[in-house]
Ligand binder design. Structure first.
Ligand SMILES: [Zn+2]
Length: 57
């Protein structure tokens, strides 16, 4: 559980994120930081849009 502060500073979630904003943010977040796990809901949405997406965390 390590937070990548630099990444978070450079990648803030938009104020009123669209579903795509959220998905993209979480995909990039999972690649760059492990401060928190992806919620089940987000993972479901990502898998709908990106079949085959893998995230074990
Ligand atoms: Zn993080």
């Amino acid at each position: 559980m390590k937070i990548n502060k630099e990444w978070h500073r450079a990648n803030r979630m938009p104020k009123n994120p669209t579903t795509d904003d959220r998905i993209n943010w979480h995909i990039e977040h999972a690649k760059n930081c492990s401060c928190r796990k992806m919620s089940k809901k987000i993972l479901e949405i990502i898998r709908e849009k990106h079949p085959g997406y893998k995230n074990d965390g």
